[in-house]
Write a new protein. Structure first.
Lengths: 311, 329
């Protein structure tokens, strides 16, 4: 009781937190507004009429409101879509066809590897863990071309064929497979952070009861890690959905497997200031990640934290 | 109208493929788990390791490990990788004015963006702490994280759009400049400031990340430490400097290094907004151009190695602190 009163008194006497003042609120509000305006402008622009877009800024829509869905109809049906006349939807399906397998494989294999590194004792376990962690430091740029060549001709190291060609060039697998590979080190690291903190007693009790690794994983590790798995899967989803570099290198040649980001980058280049096409296309491409983000925000933030803040 | 049947025809193989991948993955592991559960004794560890760990290691090695070694070797070969040329690619890179510019620009990105993003994120996180409607403001600032840098670049292209001074402005930045009486500029062509305008896109996209992570760290500061400092009369900036900053130092470093690696590798913004023109090229974009526009694989590889060398000290530092952490626990 005494401390409570003391706290309240302190709160009155001093500002209880650094910077908690009207100025701080004002600054935060200004930043939040500034951060939102660009996206808001995009949303408004994509609903404006073509003539209006080309003759005035989006803010004039407040004094002169004329809105239309024509722009969306145009990019979804024909117009700026480049696969035949099918508009943007095929690219959205490509994005899904790339993102879903890549997320499932990287998180699935990652969780099993994280369990193995944390709970199956073997010689060299630490070295494998550090080695995988070090691979995080390899920039994508270093792997793009050799991997592309590998898909076409197999792996040759010092003149010896190590892996034969995979024959997936030009297919959608040649885009999701690199994503699954590149995501591996980070996913393992983040999930290992989580899996290694599971209570030891629980594992040992199960082992004493005669459960082997497969049973422990299925009955204990998998259910307990679901929140962590969800958050990292969301993180991976956004990362892969939003990627441009991997898409450009592995799907650059063919529209048939190009994801939304690549299509959008091409639109931005070729249509430049045709905002009536670019704006709704950009909005469509960010809608799915925004829905994922806002509906699963708590998991997403927790996933980010798992990697960077010690609990 | 939207041609649903055409779309269906072109996309059902892809949807079937998604389902096939999922079926194979889950099917294989369902069988493997059922079979593995029957194996008892010493063989079990080996079986579990090969089913749990081997796929991840194979994926990571074929995707990152082996290609990195190959690129490293390519960087000592000529344009079509048919001849060893020693250090030529590197010496050429040092001499070539375009690549030098890309190198300087990358250095500027790495020097400026991480510091701006981290300090802005820290300031916001501190100010927002325990503020009313904290979650709402955070969500707004964090939102660009969910938007691809391609989308963000197009959004900012519209913000920066240049119109003749006597025309109605379509870009918000132009409009604001005009109402403030600042002479209008082709912002993306205006060297060297155009680099800063590109950096704005990155800062806009990444500050939310820094803020959220630092905010979590600040909330983790034990309240008694803070209260003790307050009893000693520390408020406002002093409290920030003497308590907040030292207490979240580790997290500040994590955010700084993440942003450093991110800016070193950043490609999307440059590719979408300027394509590396108007003296805004960076190593990562130049590397892609060397490979796909100039078809000079050796030189592209040497630029990739340079990016790797930039990341290397950070990786080394991270592994060292990871080992220290593991030994403690």
């Amino acid at each position: 009781m005494a401390t409570k009163t003391l706290k309240r008194n302190v709160g009155v006497a001093h500002s209880p937190r650094p910077f908690t003042s009207p100025i701080a609120s004002a600054i935060v509000t200004v930043v939040a507004v500034l951060w939102t305006i660009p996206t808001f402008g995009l949303v408004v622009t994509s609903f404006r009429k073509k003539e209006d877009i080309s003759s005035s800024g989006w803010w004039s829509a407040f004094t002169n409101p004329h809105f239309t869905l024509d722009n969306f109809r145009a990019v979804l049906s024909t117009g700026s879509g480049e696969v035949g006349t099918q508009g943007m939807l095929p690219f959205a399906i490509n994005s899904l066809a790339i993102t879903i397998p890549a997320v499932v494989l990287s998180v699935g294999f990652g969780l099993m590897a994280a369990y193995a590194l944390a709970w199956i004792p073997f010689r060299g376990s630490d070295h494998v863990f550090y080695g995988l962690f070090a691979l995080q430091g390899v920039p994508l740029q270093l792997s793009l071309l050799p991997l592309l060549t590998f898909f076409a001709t197999g792996v040759k190291l010092f003149g010896h064929t190590i892996i034969p060609p995979l024959h997936i060039v030009g297919t959608i697998a040649s885009v999701w497979l690199p994503h699954a590979m590149f995501g591996m080190p980070l996913v393992i690291y983040l999930l290992h952070n989580f899996v290694s903190t599971l209570p030891k007693e629980l594992m040992e009790a199960a082992r004493v009861d005669g459960a082997n690794h497969f049973e422990v994983f299925r009955r204990i590790v998998l259910p307990l890690s679901l929140p962590a798995v969800a958050s990292i899967a969301i993180f991976q989803f956004l990362w892969i959905w939003n990627d441009l570099l991997v898409a450009l290198v592995f799907a650059g040649g063919t529209d048939d497997v190009a994801p939304l980001t690549l299509h959008l980058a091409n639109l931005g280049g070729s249509l430049g200031s045709h905002w009536e096409n670019v704006a709704p296309a950009a909005l469509i491409s960010i809608i799915i990640p925004l829905i994922v983000f806002f509906s699963l925000q708590r998991y997403f933030v927790r996933g980010l934290l798992a990697g960077s803040v010690k609990s | 109208m939207i041609p649903w049947s055409d779309i269906f025809h072109s996309s059902w193989p892809k949807i079937a493929q998604i389902l096939a991948v999922l079926a194979i993955f889950f099917g294989f592991y369902a069988i493997a788990f059922a079979a593995g559960a029957r194996v008892k004794g010493k063989k079990q560890n080996g079986l579990a390791l090969s089913l749990f760990l081997a796929p991840a290691i194979i994926l990571a090695l074929t995707g990152l490990g082996i290609p990195a070694i190959q690129t490293f070797m390519e960087s000592f070969k000529n344009a079509d990788s048919s001849k060893w040329v020693g250090l030529t690619n590197y010496t050429r890179a040092v001499k070539d004015p375009d690549i030098r510019l890309a190198f300087y620009n990358t250095t500027a990105w790495v020097a400026i963006c991480p510091v701006v993003v981290t300090s802005l994120g820290l300031t916001l996180a501190t100010m927002l702490n325990k503020m009313k409607r904290e979650a709402f403001a955070k969500a707004l600032i964090f939102m660009p994280m969910a938007i691809s840098f391609v989308g963000g670049s197009l959004i900012w292209n519209m913000m920066y759009q240049y119109e003749e001074p006597n025309m109605p402005q379509r870009g918000l930045v132009g409009q604001v400049m005009r109402s403030l009486g600042i002479p209008l500029q082709h912002l993306l062509l205006w060297h060297p400031w155009n680099n800063l305008f590109l950096m704005v896109v990155y800062v806009w996209g990444f500050t939310g990340f820094a803020m959220v992570i630092l905010s979590a760290a600040i909330k983790g500061i034990p309240t008694d430490i803070e209260e003790a400092a307050q009893l000693d009369g520390a408020t406002g900036f002093r409290l920030f400097r003497t308590i907040t900053v030292p207490m979240v130092k580790t997290t500040i470093i994590v955010v700084l290094t993440t942003a450093m690696v991110g800016t070193l590798k950043l490609f999307d913004v440059i590719h979408t907004m300027t394509g590396g023109n108007f003296k805004t090229d960076v190593l990562s974009n130049r590397m892609v151009d060397e490979n796909f526009v100039y078809l000079n694989y050796g030189r592209g590889a040497s630029l990739a190695v340079l990016i790797f060398l930039g990341v290397l000290p950070i990786t080394y530092y991270n592994i060292r602190s990871l080992r220290a952490e593991r030994k403690h626990s």
